[in-house]
Design a binder for this molecule. Structure first.
Ligand code: ATP
Ligand code: MG
Length: 768
């Protein structure tokens, strides 16, 4: 391709070009933030397709969030000027669900399996712990769930754990009982938890080489973004997928192996693997992410080529210098220095508020200031370490009438009424799931108590039938009263009708040939999800009953259910015929960074973890205090501070032009007001890069905190900040209740919470 005319290579620097055009079995692209890793990955895929080195269906691209996946897909379409049907661009979880849905029958599951979110898992663990009386040993759903998750990410199951545990420790033995029964219950429920999606796929591939062969042969190029945050299970999955295939393992529906597919050893060679990552941005150790995956890549994948990118195209030099200075304090890293041709740009703005409200007010004021300089709300993001920090921010943004949205915070699908409705859909798809079934049975209230539920569940288990069948046969359970029987049978009949509508007669996904694109990715024609949901909502009268209560809270719930119906309609329009299973899969995979709305025209609020991979012209990092960032929990952990420092680095490097770092000198948590110290990471940024604005709170006292000392020594003086002070003062007067301490006390929480909810609701409605 001639220089100057190739849209896939023009505008790339020589190293980036090498990363796009390199061929061979394995390629590692290591580079700092904003150096074009994701861009290079996208161009590389487009290049492979355009040069006819791969069909789209032979490519598997893994991104960290669903949002990143759809962005990558869109860019690819832009680059190629054509649709890229058949290509898998998805998260690890989505890719594994697709595989498991097709192959579930292979290992004793049914394709309609449920994916348990953490609340479902905890509900199950709660029951198990109670049954085993394990709480007397200090086991909680949270701590046992975290340990199980950690083990699963290491591909350790309960049997492995039993073999290696210290058997003389009673706590270990009891934990193993919890783990074992958790595994059994999941299996019985025809359900996978989130960690299983990856682990069970690996397990499937290892136990069934012929199944593995289908995917090993199909995917010729596997590309993974954000490789530094893969855990052991994900690593193992990649190893399985990139193995060479013995031709004799290929059979079944697949086209016969052709001579030209084989290498010198008579095998179909393993897929070529490209990974990109930045070990300085590894921030998921708590989920088992293993930085060694990237460090040891060259040893694991022999013949690997390595490309390093050092030029940053995202940020100004001041922002990069701050990022370099902070991350330079991590001693356990390979030195790399980012540079940019952008120029210094504006200095970083620092601000210390006297409370989190004062801090939030500064953020709101500066957002308006940026607006007046021509930035759009959508160009601005506000980051924080923990979700609890959003409240003060949201209050002030609402007051200032600044449109915003919380990424990963709304949790639409975690609301009770949404979970209730989803429980019906889940029971239709997976009639073996006791958690969904039990929730469904209890809402709306229909006079079927815990005893009746237990009788039904025992009958279901004894007969080895689905919950739906058990309900239809309620007459065979003598212990049930006549009224309960009628209710239960009627509900069972309703489910039967809904199931027939949703899944047709063949209640399952037809087996398809994964190598044949048309058959694989074109879904069978199922009924519209909205019709199924409508049937459920109508027959249960869920919405009608909520409306009849004439309570504004219940009205809001009814509206949420209508919103769910709208979501289903939208899904039906986007994926006609895809049906209920596809819908449930999509809902259960909606990841932290994904949301129902689009982000144009609103300020984005999110945790630092969610911010990974994104970029914004203006970024606020708030709560840069000891105890928050670094977080208190990390202080005592080995490597904890280094991980928090990487989180700070991720935050700083999201900013393109303007960076604001803010903190408060006192912060209220759980009703207590505590003095907050500036974060050690703040002190790591050279003074010359920060332009400090003084808070009025500083002038009026409150003891010699370190924060004041820091400000006093660094701040250039009150000067220009007085204007913003009086503005702050005004808004505080109108905000506070008249008492001077209003800003320091938390507002009545319940009211504020529901007011916030309503406001978000209205915002959502206004958009339609
Ligand atoms: P992160 O580590 O944060 O994930 P990254 O390395 O994936 O960052 P990208 O998001 O791919 O970086 O690129 C950062 C920004 O720089 C993007 O806006 C991208 O379009 C731009 N960019 C990358 N390479 C070039 C280039 N050669 N010329 C102009 N802009 C570029
Ligand atoms: Mg990236």
């Amino acid at each position: 391709a001639g220089a100057g005319t190739d849209p896939l290579l023009d505008g790339l620097n020589p190293e980036q070009r090498r990363a796009v055009t390199a061929r061979g079995p394995a390629l590692l692209i290591v580079a700092g933030a904003g150096s074009g890793k994701t861009r290079v990955l996208t161009h590389r895929i487009a290049h492979l397709i355009r040069e006819k080195e791969a069909w789209p269906s032979q490519i598997l691209a893994i991104t960290f969030t669903n949002k990143a996946a759809s962005e990558m897909r869109e860019r690819m379409q832009g680059l190629l000027g054509a649709d890229v049907e058949g290509m898998w661009v998805s998260t690890f979880h989505s890719a594994c669900v697709r595989i498991l849905r097709r192959e579930a029958e292979r290992f004793g599951y049914v394709s309609g399996f449920t994916i348990y979110d953490s609340a479902d898992s905890r509900a199950l663990l709660k029951r198990i712990i109670k049954d085993l009386d394990a709480d007397t040993y200090g086991f909680t759903p949270a701590n046992s769930g975290a340990k199980i998750s950690r083990l699963k990410n290491e591909l350790t199951d309960a049997a492995d754990h039993a073999a290696t545990m210290n058997g003389s420790d009673p706590r270990e033995r009891i934990f193993n009982e919890i783990f074992t029964s958790y595994e059994q219950e999941l299996k019985r429920a025809n359900a996978f938890d989130f960690d299983d999606l990856i682990g069970q796929t690996v397990h499937l591939f290892r136990a069934h080489p012929d199944v593995a062969a289908i995917y090993q042969r199909r995917f010729r190029h596997i590309l993974v973004d954000e490789y530094q945050d893969t855990n052991h299970a994900q690593y193992a999955l990649i190893r399985e997928l990139t193995k060479p295939v013995q031709p004799e393992e290929v059979h079944g529906l697949m086209p016969p192996v052709r001579e030209r597919e084989l290498d010198g050893l008579g095998r179909i060679p393993g897929a070529s693997l490209t990974v990109v990552g930045d070990s300085d941005q590894s921030i998921y150790a708590f989920r088992g992410a293993d930085i060694r995956n990237i460090v040891e890549f060259e040893r694991d994948f022999s013949g690997a080529e390595v490309v390093k990118l050092e030029q940053n195209y995202r940020s100004t030099q001041n922002i990069l210098s701050a990022a370099n200075a902070v991350i330079g304090n991590n001693f356990d890293r390979q030195e790399k220095r980012l540079w940019t041709a952008e120029g210094d740009g504006a200095k970083i703005t620092g601000f210390t508020g006297y409370s989190q409200h004062d801090e939030a007010r500064f953020v709101a004021d500066e957002i308006e200031e940026l607006r007046s300089e021509g930035m759009a709300y959508g160009d601005i993001a506000v980051f924080y370490r923990t979700n609890s920090q959003t409240r003060a921010l949201e209050e002030l943004l609402i007051r200032a009438a600044i449109p915003y949205r919380v990424l990963g915070g709304t949790k639409f699908y975690e609301r009770a009424e949404i979970k209730d409705a989803m429980a019906y859909l889940t029971t239709i798809a997976n009639p073996y799931d006791p958690i969904a079934w039990s929730r469904m049975l209890g809402t709306p209230k229909r006079g079927v108590g815990p005893m009746a539920e237990a009788h039904l569940a025992n009958f279901q288990e004894a007969e080895g039938i689905t919950f739906r069948e058990a309900m239809l046969r309620a007459a065979e359970i003598p212990a049930l009263g006549p009224k309960v029987r009628t209710t239960v049978v009627e509900l069972g009949e309703m489910l039967e009708r809904a199931t027939t509508l949703a899944l047709g007669d063949a209640a399952g996904v037809p087996q398809a040939d994964p190598l044949d694109n048309e058959a694989t990715d074109a879904s069978p024609q199922y009924a519209a999800v909205a019709d199924v949901l409508k049937l459920v909502l109508d027959e249960t009268e869920m919405i009608v009953k909520l409306r009849a209560k004439r309570d504004p809270q219940d009205d809001a719930r009814a509206e949420n259910l209508e919103e769910l119906l709208a979501v289903a309609k939208e899904f039906d329009a986007q994926q006609p015929g895809a049906g209920l299973l596809a819908f449930l899969t999509e809902v259960s995979l909606v990841a932290a960074a994904d949301d129902l709305d689009d982000q144009s025209g609103t300020v984005s609020l999110m945790t630092l973890h969610t911010a990974k991979g994104l970029e914004y012209p203006a970024v606020f990092i708030t709560g840069v205090e000891e105890g928050l960032l670094p977080h208190q929990m990390s202080v005592d952990e080995v490597g904890g501070i280094n991980e928090e420092r990487r989180l700070m680095y991720v935050g700083i490097t999201r900013a393109r032009k303007r960076l604001f770092i803010t903190l408060a000198s006192t912060r209220a948590t759980f009703g207590d007001i505590a003095v907050a110290m500036p974060s050690r990471f703040l002190q790591e940024i050279p003074e010359s890069l920060i332009d400090w604005r003084q808070s009025p709170g500083e002038v009026t006292s409150q003891g010699g905190t370190q924060s004041r000392a820091l400000n006093a020594s660094r701040s250039p003086g009150a000067g220009s900040s007085s204007a913003s002070w009086s503005r702050n003062r005004d808004s505080q007067v109108s905000f506070g209740t008249g008492s001077g301490s209003a800003a320091l006390s938390e507002p009545a929480s319940g009211n504020m919470q529901s007011a916030l909810e309503k406001w978000r609701e209205r915002k959502r409605a206004a958009k339609e």
